[in-house]
Structure formats: structure tokens, C-alpha cells
Ligand binder design. Structure first.
Ligand code: 15L
Length: 265
């Protein structure tokens, strides 16, 4: 279990998911130290630095109990950009955490680490221990992060929970997100569980709400203590009336990664 004495370092604190956690996690008893390359609105004490800035990163790690690593490019981009921000940035984060003796990292992986997986024909869920099947360079960077976490667990004993996050929005906005939605409230519950739940080495968990149409097995998330409260189904009648159901040959229907499989860079 993570040591709860020091603050939790939050990278990507100014982003959408970081902003949400800055609002929600203090109520769970977590003290956050924000880190972002952009200024964090309303937080003059936030560390404004790039992950490539080794000195700033080392100072940011001082005394932290755990890290939530959200920083990086959140979708497909030219490979050089993904390489610098997501691949090298995540390596630098892990190595600074190792040097500082941090015991636990919550890593924002993505459903796009397995996005080229086809939806199960029987309507069941995909197991969390299936093969990686990235749908983009972005997805490749998330596979890299998961594999780096595995190495740092085995070599250095750092616990990581890699969260393959679905679609984080205030409300589901497409037919696909009726399956992939992660609500803001469930995001807080999931992050808290990943910070405090029982972990040995590297654990991978899908991160979505309790969606009736879920495609992913939530058992490893639940084993951390995650109890999702929201279900995208409440939005289904209105969304289906507005957008219609997806046809089976639509990539949004066929592949778990949806349109990311068509990004074609
Ligand atoms: C992600 O990993 C992206 O960061 C986010 O912007 C969404 O596209 C999400 O996946 C999704 O699959 O909906």
C-alpha cells in the first residue's frame, strides 16, 4: 500500500483529468503536489516544468508518497512528438521516482494500448490480461509505459497501477462512449483505489464506469477497491435517438479503439 505521509505528485495537473483530480482527491484525504509544463490555474505553488527538466523533476519528487502520472500527449500525434512527450517523458518520470525512492505510481495508460482488438462477437468483455494491440503511435507509447512499469516493478520494486482509461467526459457523447465512459466521480474513485489498494508489482486495470454496455473486464480495478457508481446507460435513449446505433462495419463498432484505428499517420 502507498505511504500516505507525503503529498502525491500529480503530473499533467493542468489537463482535463488532472484538473478533475485536483478538485476531487482532497476529499479522499490526498494532498497533491501539482506538476505541469503549463501554469496550473489557481495554484501558485504548482511546479511549472517539463518532464525533460531533470532538476525540476528531482525536486518535485522530494518526499512524495506516490505519483499519479497523467502528463503526455493525450491522442495521436507525429511520432517524434509522441517519442519526446510520452515515451521519453515517462522514462524520465520513472527514473526520477526510482532515484527518490517512490514506492507507487499510478500510470495513465489508455484503452488505445489494446485498441486494435476486435469487439467480442458474443457481446462479452475483453479480459485485462489479453495481448497489447495498440491502434496508434499514441497507443504504442502507452504500451511502452506499461512495459516500463513492469520493468521498474521487477527491477526496483516500484508498484504501478496502469489504468487503461476509457473516455473521460462529463457525460457520454457518442454511441461508443456508452461502453467506454469514465465519469468524473468514478475517476476520483478509481484514482483513490489505485493509490491505496493492494498491489504487487505491476497491475493493469481498465478504467471505466459501471457501464451496462462495457467492453472491458473491470475485475482488476475492483480488486483495488474500485466501486464505480455511474452507468452511461442513463444517457443511452437520448443518444441513440439523436445519433442512431452504429453499423457493424463502422470502426467505432468493430474495434475497441474506435476511430483511433483509422488515424493512419
Ligand atoms: C484516450 O486515450 C484519449 O486520451 C481521449 O482523448 C479519448 O480519445 C479516449 O482515449 C477514448 O478512447 O475515448
Amino acid at each position: 500500500m502507498a505511504n500516505q505521509l507525503g503529498p502525491v505528485l500529480l503530473t499533467g495537473a493542468a489537463g482535463r483529468m488532472g484538473t478533475s483530480l485536483r478538485e476531487s482527491l482532497p476529499a479522499y484525504g490526498h494532498r497533491l503536489r501539482s506538476f505541469d509544463r503549463l501554469p496550473v490555474p489557481g495554484e501558485p505553488d504548482a511546479i511549472t516544468a517539463d518532464l525533460q527538466d531533470a532538476e525540476a523533476l528531482a525536486a518535485a519528487m522530494d518526499g512524495v508518497s506516490a505519483v499519479i502520472h497523467l502528463a503526455g500527449i493525450p491522442g495521436e500525434a507525429p511520432f517524434a512528438d509522441i517519442l519526446a512527450a510520452n515515451i521519453e517523458g515517462t522514462y524520465r518520470l520513472y527514473d526520477a521516482a526510482r532515484a527518490a525512492g517512490v514506492r507507487r505510481i499510478v500510470y495513465a495508460s489508455s484503452n488505445h494500448a489494446t485498441g486494435f482488438t476486435e469487439r467480442p462477437a458474443d457481446g462479452g468483455t475483453v479480459p485485462v490480461d489479453g495481448p497489447q494491440r495498440p491502434d496508434t503511435y499514441y497507443g504504442v507509447s502507452k504500451c511502452f509505459g506499461e512495459n516500463l512499469a513492469s520493468l521498474y516493478a521487477d527491477r526496483h520494486g516500484i508498484e504501478t497501477v496502469s489504468l487503461r482509461i476509457g473516455s473521460f467526459t462529463a457525460e457520454p457523447r457518442s454511441i461508443r462512449t456508452l461502453a467506454t465512459w469514465l465519469s468524473p466521480g468514478d475517476w476520483a474513485r478509481l484514482a483513490h483505489a489505485a493509490l491505496t489498494g493492494p498491489v504487487t508489482g505491476h497491475t493493469v486495470a481498465y478504467g471505466i464506469s459501471a457501464n451496462t454496455r462495457a467492453w472491458w473486464d473491470l475485475s482488476t480495478a475492483r480488486a483495488l477497491g474500485y466501486q464505480p457508481q455511474d452507468d452511461a446507460e442513463a444517457f443511452a435513449p437520448a443518444l441513440i435517438a439523436e445519433l442512431g446505433e452504429l453499423s457493424p462495419d463502422d470502426p467505432e463498432h468493430r474495434y475497441l479503439g474506435g476511430r483511433f484505428t483509422q488515424s493512419g499517420r
